[in-house]
Design a protein around this ligand. Structure first.
Ligand code: KIV
Length: 271
């Protein structure tokens, strides 16, 4: 029987057990109560309250503008919906890069005010001290390497990272550094599948990929992308499991039609 089926509540230890048994880990984003209820009820292992809320929920072009207060608001709504999944919350841009004390203070706010289960931050060796300090307060930390959207103005584009040998070598070193610092898992975003598989086989902690192929220990997608709510974003790695853009547009069009035609509400829909 898979670990996933028998477990009532996902913990970082359970994720470690899944990796050891070769059972893949499922992870999706969520930013609000209603969506988180559905995602948790459907049996997801990890819910990420991603700073992609900046794009998906607030319509910003990048993840940079979202604030710590806004992340805490989204995380609180998700936490109130969830019974089983492990809820990981992104430390937003500007809430941890200053120094490790700032990183710890931001993480404590997320854990205390939203009652989250873990935090995630972007970067390798440059965040090692922060990872260690956050962990010293008993807060589990997930790393994030490869395409790190908070550094988009440094990269210049959202194309595949670590295709060149030097960057790939640095990424492998960073993954080891994050594991040694105590991260319980690492997200690898948009890197060649062979490199991602190598990192997953060298490290003992779970490696969760997005656009990183199937040789890793689990997969993460942005919920609104995989549900097809957002139909303007079609990278190669994205599999759409529904076309909610069309379903919702047609529902709203039918409602408008019925209201205009005085067909809604009908006799049985009024008091
Ligand atoms: O913010 C986010 O949604 C993320 C995922 C892409 C991993 O960090």
């Amino acid at each position: 029987m898979s670990v996933h089926k028998v477990v009532k509540k996902i913990t970082t230890h359970i994720l470690q057990e899944m990796k050891a048994k070769g059972e893949k880990i499922s992870m999706l984003t969520a930013y609000d109560f209603s969506m988180a209820r559905i995602v948790d009820g459907a049996g997801i292992d990890i819910i990420l309250v991603g700073d992609s809320a900046s794009n998906v929920m607030a319509g910003h072009e990048t993840t940079l503008p979202i604030t710590l207060d806004q992340m805490i608001y989204h995380a609180g709504a998700v936490i109130r919906a969830v019974n089983r999944a492990l809820v990981v919350v992104d430390l937003p841009f500007g809430s941890y890069q200053g120094n490790s004390k700032e990183a710890l203070n931001s993480s404590i706010r997320i854990m205390k005010e939203a009652e989250a289960h873990a935090v995630k931050l972007e970067g390798g060796r440059e965040v090692k001290e922060s990872v260690e300090r956050i962990l010293s307060a008993g807060i589990p930390v997930m790393g994030h390497l490869g395409l790190t959207p908070q550094s988009i103005y440094k990269f210049g584009t959202y194309t595949v990272r670590a295709k060149e040998e030097e960057e790939a070598k640095r990424l492998i070193e960073d993954a080891h550094i994050l594991q040694e610092a105590g991260c319980f898992a690492i997200v690898l975003e948009k890197i060649p599948y062979k490199l991602a598989a190598r990192v997953a086989s060298e490290l003992t902690i779970p490696i969760i990929g997005i656009g990183a192929g199937n040789g890793v220990d689990g997969q993460v997608l942005v919920l609104h992308d995989m549900l097809g709510i957002n139909n303007e974003f079609s990278p190669r790695f994205l599999r759409r499991y529904a076309n909610l853009y069309e379903v919702m547009t047609s529902a709203v069009q039918n409602y408008v039609k019925d209201v205009k035609a005085k067909d809604f509400p009908n006799d049985s829909e009024q008091y």
